[in-house]
Design a protein around this ligand. Sequence first.
Ligand SMILES: [Zn+2]
Length: 426
Amino acid sequence: MSYFKATLLALLAFIISCASTTDPLTGKKVYTLLPTEEEIKLGREYIPQSIAQGEGLYPDGELQSYISRLGHKIAANTPRKLPYRFYLLNSSAYNAFAIPGGGVFITRGLLSLMENESELVGVLAHELGHLNARHHARYLEKVLGISLLLQVAALLVSDDDNLTGQLILQAAAVGAGLLTLKFSRDQERESDRLAVRFAVASGYDPKGLLSVFRKLKKAYREAPPEWLSTHPLPSSRIKEVSELISSMKLPQGLVRNTAAFERVKGRLKSKERAFSFYEEGKKLLKEGRREEALRKFRAAIAEYREFQMPYVFCAVILSDLGRLGEALSYADKAAELDPELFWTRFTKGVVLFKLSRFQESLRELEYAKRLVKGYADTYYYLGRDYEALGNYPKAKENFGLAIQLASGKEEWLQDAKRRYRAYGGR
Ligand SMILES: [Zn+2]
């Protein structure tokens, strides 16, 4: 492409992307590199990755729809109209976060810490505060700049099968940035103020947010909650929210708790044993005690048949132990319970590869890749599948991506490099 044409395209791209949008909070026109349409497209792409990092969706439809109903009720009282979605994750970490475009996530751990609905409303309203103040969009604009943002947006609307390696790497980098994104203290303050406003507008006692802050502060003495690593919580923040609430003339009859919340708590509690077996299993596995870990994961399944993650771990351990037939039956079950979870499809793909069922493995891994683009291992096993099936250009491409996405600790890394070089890669 000639220099002139490239420049013209870049200019055109700039004009198109530099759309004006209405600031949802002030009603004023603002110029943005990331129009809401693009923000939504971009964010949608990272929903499966957020779910995968949170160890999957909590496997109870009633709890999911409760969180969703409550979230939408608050969102209806916020100025920014987005296709909001609310999810409860399996993770035991104390965490809640939002991603661009309207995805809001809360962990089982944080929900377990709560004692009434106004606390949950406080946290969801805080995350809606970040989205309404366009904090994510601003972060993306600042970090990525125009050209990269446009490329990533193009990537997300393009046909998944024709993605170039460069775009996959960029999408992975954006995902990594988004999911570890830290807001500034001013942005946290702004979201706190909005949370109070949204909670009151939705008919809830805004002191719920304060009470979560205090619980997190207390939990901090045992282990730093994840929410605090992405949402700094200095004492000044508690003081400011507290002063803001005292200065307000609150309407009568604000809701603190509901029967629906108590019911949710009861359902969570009834599965506590399953989750404690699951957590013990993960700990044992980290220590390399695979047989004991396997027993814990099986115990978790016995307590909660619909809980997908222990099946995944059983499949991983059995596959490591060379018991591939058993591994496959667990992987099958996991994928059947939760076909949209990256871990179930990825694990099934790896087990099928080990069983030399390359065509079926390929199908699972290509699906897993569509869910989460930045996971290095997927590309290594895809490379192995393509190689076994005689598609060497695809094998080379996937080994190359695996190497570029690798953290350096992967046990297959040297093997991937050797194979990549054998195909003339450097
Ligand atoms: Zn925050």
